[in-house]
Design a protein around this ligand. Sequence first.
Ligand SMILES: Cc1cc2nc3c(=O)[nH]c(=O)nc-3n(C[C@H](O)[C@H](O)[C@H](O)COP(=O)(O)OP(=O)(O)OC[C@H]3O[C@@H](n4cnc5c(N)ncnc54)[C@H](O)[C@@H]3O)c2cc1C
Length: 456
Amino acid sequence: MNEADVVILGGGSGGYACALRASQLGLSVILIEKGKLGGTCLHRGCIPTKALLHAAEVADSARDSDDFGVQATFEGIDMAKVNAYRDGVVGRLHKGLQGLVKSRNVTYVEGEGRLTSPNTVTVDGTVYTGKNIVLATGSYARSLPGLDIGGRIMTSDQALTLDYVPNKAIVLGGGVIGVEFASVWKSFGTDVHIVEALPTLVPAEDAAVSKAFERAYRKRGITFTTGVRFSSATQDDNGVHVTLENGDTLDADILLVAVGRGPQTTGLGYEEAGIAMDRGWVLVDDRQHTNVPGVFAVGDITPGLQLAHRGFQHGIFVAEEIGGLNPRPIRDVDIPKVTYSEPEVGSVGLTEAQAREEYGADNVAVYEYNLGGNGKSQILATTGFIKLVQRVDGPVVGVHMVGARIGEQIGEAQLIVNWEAYPEDVAALVHAHPTQNEAMGEAHLALAGKPLHAHA
Ligand SMILES: Cc1cc2nc3c(=O)[nH]c(=O)nc-3n(C[C@H](O)[C@H](O)[C@H](O)COP(=O)(O)OP(=O)(O)OC[C@H]3O[C@@H](n4cnc5c(N)ncnc54)[C@H](O)[C@@H]3O)c2cc1C
């Protein structure tokens, strides 16, 4: 089949979600992928990193076992086994996904595609024509000018394939990917130092969360420099040597460059087909349409949050848009975000600063429920909080959380924000005891003016 209702370029989170939903709607679909079905998230992103983070949690549990009266000793990390465990997880999911795509009647084309007109993609000389085209070619790990990737200087792609635990690591970038790797390596026994040019670690989060997160990292012995830019790096047989703009120098075995991801759109024919772009990003309206009729874009190639579930949702949205179902647009502010480090960070909606900007400084109420008062958090020996941001006399517009395992609470948090719940609505709901989920209930009880396990 060389013609279809929908031709999708890229089989990552955005592309394959679009393929599955479109075929469910009875549309014929051609899905073109040059690498592995599942894309960055499955093979070089979410899944392998979270497997490493789980191994890191097991290492911490072994190390801290005595605190809970359990006799065990932490003897070290067998990286070959960690990697085999991780590959097993990825492999099973990959196989499942391949089966799913096959069972849904999607025509899967392996090869590198190029947009050769607004309704054709060419792969190795074969032209695939679509009534609609969906661009979903994803993103790549960026570096900085003058910082060449190779040897001891690596991005997350190479860091994921390390077969040893470094003694010392420098992480350039204190965003999600940087702090997650820092968390893994610290738990595995590495001395880690993070360099972040902005004033705080996890700088996209609410200021209170960033502050608590930094405190927790300091306590774990993860060191960091914030508000200072990287200047240069060299490497030799002994290690990597980094100089910062303030003149400080740092030495380590490896340097992880985690300074963001750029759109994978170069040389794919997008500009030639007349698609409006900005510095490589594909511009779309709030319904994922590019400026060229019949051509859509989803996921990391569009400006905004770079998250797998955003890509999935974009993909589903576009399939439904093509299918004429008039789906509800997806706004970045409504998308839940989790950083899976120890401690975890979870957030959705507006930060306190954004809400004050949007509604006026005096029209915002905030409440921070300390996990110190939460039974399950005491059992887990974690600290942190759930912070609510409310429009005065209105709904909760932001939920911001920090603490071990707190990311699991993002499910209810995103329902609260996206359904525009009032504190009283949530306060009336029952939260099971003893769970960290109770902290969500308690925070809303307090904001509704009837705190139970909290000091008013
Ligand atoms: C280390 C790391 C950890 C992450 N952790 C998380 C996480 O915990 N949670 C989360 O939500 N997100 C996470 N992400 C982000 C997530 O992986 C991305 O947001 C997501 O993969 C984007 O999906 P996409 O479909 O837009 O692009 P991609 O997944 O990058 O897929 C694009 C696909 O297009 C293919 N392609 C590109 N060009 C062509 C071409 N010319 N022809 C054919 N095929 C082509 C590529 O091979 C690729 O498979 C992480 C990312 C990284 C790097």
